[in-house]
Design a binder for this molecule. Structure first.
Ligand SMILES: [Zn+2]
Length: 218
């Protein structure tokens, strides 16, 4: 299902041929895939750079399909920066969040009944977004936010991946702060679903001793 969705996206979205961006994404992607491999034994990894400077965004899909939009390079300047984003996105998939989110998307397609009974564990922001998506007549391709719990989990697993892959996990703190600063007024797409608020930064800081040990002892 996601392989064909990804194939569709690749046909609909211009693909960047920029050699610097592509080699950066492949280099980091290969290392993240290597350390995430045991968690995703059936993955057929594929890394794509989509040409869209307005999208400060990235995502991963079940099956190891990973896409980065060129806009992300406004904030991700180094391999380590990119590893923070890609590690986080791959972590969502490795932890099975993608399937759960896809279920949420099916709920959108399913209609009002699902909205009534399927959203009880969402917070009000998510419910509002889901309602908006439903109201817009959305059926496929709507990027719904993950729950706060899933964000925390993806941050932790993503940092572990980055550290094991040889990228300094401390990069995450200034990276997310830069991401937040990037949003003059309207937050970029990625930030709207990944708020770099003080709670998140505090939790990232709490994870540092553990992941720094992984990074230093690898
Ligand atoms: Zn996330």
């Amino acid at each position: 299902m996601s392989a064909s969705q990804f194939g569709q996206l690749k046909q609909q979205t211009p693909i960047s041929r920029d050699p610097v961006y592509n080699s950066m994404v492949r280099r980091v992607g290969d290392r993240i895939a290597y350390v995430a491999g045991p968690d995703m034994p059936n993955a057929q990894w594929e890394f794509v750079v989509f040409e869209d400077d307005e999208q400060i965004n990235a995502f991963a899909m079940p099956g190891g399909k990973v896409a980065v939009y060129t806009g992300i390079f406004k904030v991700a300047k180094t391999d380590a920066d990119l590893a923070i984003v890609m590690g986080h996105e791959v972590a969502h998939v490795a932890a099975g969040h993608g399937n759960e989110r896809m279920t949420q998307q099916l709920l959108v397609a399913g209609g009002a009944l699902a909205l009534q009974f399927g959203t009880s564990d969402m917070d009000s922001d998510q419910r509002a977004l889901l309602m908006a998506a439903y109201g817009a007549g959305a059926s496929v391709g709507v990027m719904l936010p993950y729950s706060r719990y899933h964000e925390c989990e993806a941050d932790e697993i993503g940092l572990i991946y980055a550290a094991k892959a040889g990228y300094d996990p401390r990069t995450a703190i200034p990276f997310w702060k830069r991401m937040a600063a990037q949003s003059n007024g309207a937050p970029p797409e990625f930030l709207s679903t990944h708020p770099a608020d003080s709670t998140r930064i505090r939790k990232l800081n709490e994870l540092m001793p553990k992941v720094m040990q992984l990074y230093q002892n690898r």
